[in-house]
Design a protein. Structure first.
Length: 257
């Protein structure tokens, strides 16, 4: 299983390595017919399985308990955040992530309590997909993965690489009933956190396009720490109608070469 996932990641990396970033409203989506079919499958699975379970979980579990579960699984992602912050030369951020990990694991009782946020060390997500984007690797094709949802070639590589930074990966018996149960709880808890957004999605004329655009915009924002630069739009330079191109961000121009 691990070798197959690694092979898939390298294939995806080969497809993405030469691609530049494209605006979220004009993505590279050559697999759109297949992606739409997978999206429909995911919607069906969510409607009849995941969402009902998540709703029952949200109804019967007190909010503080749900928040503790979310905190615990977020804490397991801090090693990923630390390593990828270092890979992006964000040394101050890496030190803050390390402080979060130490503080929440100890004073926060294995991460169930987010003590770090209470003292000003806010959560800051970093991943290998973001690291690749930071250093100029294009996102490649947009992908809709069965059950896992939206991704890109770049983020699929990142997902595979980040799995090695999750502490649970190195535990013996990670495929036993307890580990699988923990993954299911994480999935249900994550879905429960997004129940409030269901109404917005259902109001969209084309839900596939809405999810695709929202995902790509969110990933682009994360790469730039919530302050993404302007895209490469051609804008009028003067009244004569001549146009000039805005300076592209370093990551984009590097990927386009």
């Amino acid at each position: 299983m691990r070798r197959a996932g690694t092979l898939l990641a390298f294939v995806a990396f080969a497809a993405v390595s030469g691609c530049a970033h494209r605006p979220a409203d004009d993505p590279a989506d050559p697999l759109e017919p297949v992606n739409r079919a997978v999206f429909k499958f995911n919607e069906t699975a969510d409607k009849y399985a995941l969402r009902p379970v998540a709703k029952v979980y949200a109804d019967v579990t007190p909010a503080p308990a749900r928040r503790s579960v979310t905190n615990f699984f977020d804490n397991l992602q801090e090693p990923r955040n630390i390593v990828n912050a270092l890979l992006q030369a964000k040394f101050v951020q890496a030190s803050k992530n390390l402080g979060r990990l130490v503080l929440n694991t100890t004073a926060g009782l294995a991460g169930f309590i987010d003590v770090a946020s209470e003292v000003g060390l806010e959560k800051h997500e970093e991943g290998l997909g973001q690291t690749l984007g930071y250093w100029g690797v294009g996102e490649g094709w947009y992908l809709m993965l069965p059950l896992l949802g939206p991704s890109t070639n770049r983020d699929l590589v990142g997902f595979a690489g980040d799995s090695f930074l999750n502490p649970s990966f190195y535990l013996p018996g990670r495929y036993d009933v307890y580990a699988i149960s923990a993954n299911v709880v994480n999935l249900v808890d994550t879905r429960a956190n997004f129940l409030a957004a269901d109404g917005i999605l259902q109001q969209q004329f084309d839900r596939y396009l809405f999810v695709r655009t929202a995902y790509l915009q969110q990933r682009w924002s994360l790469i730039h720490d919530g302050n993404p630069p302007l895209e490469d739009f051609e804008l009028p330079d003067d009244e004569s109608g001549e146009t000039s191109q805005t300076d592209a961000p370093k990551a984009v121009t590097t990927a386009a070469k």
